[in-house]
Design a binder for this molecule. Structure first.
Ligand SMILES: [Zn+2]
Ligand SMILES: [Zn+2]
Length: 54
């Protein structure tokens, strides 16, 4: 499963500021967020693929 990796800086005042964010690709063809996932028009994406954000 793909996931988002967010790097944050926490300040003593309680503020947490994200400094960078990247998506880690799982490489699966049945994962909607992977670069290896085929175009949604070529298959029944909703019933066959994992999709959990966006
Ligand atoms: Zn994935
Ligand atoms: Zn799909």
């Amino acid at each position: 499963m793909c996931y988002r990796r967010v790097t944050t800086i926490s300040y003593v005042c309680g503020h947490v500021v994200p400094v960078s964010a990247s998506t880690v690709d799982c490489g699966l063809t049945n994962c909607r967020y992977s670069a290896n996932h085929p175009a949604p028009s070529t298959h029944n994406c909703v019933s066959t693929c994992s999709q959990w954000y966006g």
